[in-house]
Design a protein around this ligand. Structure first.
Ligand code: ZN
Length: 156
């Protein structure tokens, strides 16, 4: 099966219309079709669309970053964190039973730090305004490696 490398611009907003992220003003996002590099609900809307195509794509949270899980909130002693100020909203990479995980600080006291292991976009229905910038056929090397080479991808 032929697979494509697709470059696209996006503007990501939440339900209230607030902008969460965008590629506008920078390089477009590039991905290899079928590599799991972008969320399922977005990829299915983007593949097989021509260059120049614009669309508003609504992605329910289950097809984006999953449901919000209260179990992923945990408290750890402050001395487990690097010295200095720890601020609410900061993100840390922590080791756990299932490898490394990114957590967001949600509360800091004199003795403890409470962190949230959910993806920042978990539980959110997302709206992407997308524009396809370029579509090309993936090379055999890219398919074998499972990622994009060249501009916006791996340089090797
Ligand atoms: Zn490679």
């Amino acid at each position: 099966m032929k697979r494509s490398v697709i470059s696209f611009h996006y503007l990501l907003t939440d339900k209230s219309g607030q902008t969460l992220d965008t590629s506008r003003g920078g390089e477009p996002l590039v991905f290899l079709e079928g590599s799991g590099q972008i969320i399922e609900g977005l990829e299915s809307a983007i593949v097989n669309k021509p260059t120049g195509h614009r669309e508003r794509v609504q992605v329910p949270f289950l097809k984006a970053y999953g449901a919000y899980d209260d179990q992923l909130i945990s408290k750890a002693p402050r001395n487990k964190f690097p010295g200095g100020d720890i601020k609410v909203g900061e993100m840390y990479r922590v080791g756990g039973p299932e490898g490394f995980q990114i957590v967001t600080v949600v509360e800091v006291t004199d003795t403890d730090v409470t962190v949230d292991g959910n993806h920042p976009l978990a539980g959110k229905d997302l709206t992407f305004d997308i524009e396809i910038v370029e579509v090309r056929e993936a090379t055999n090397d890219e398919i074998m490696h499972g990622h994009v080479h060249g501009a916006g991808g791996h340089q090797h």
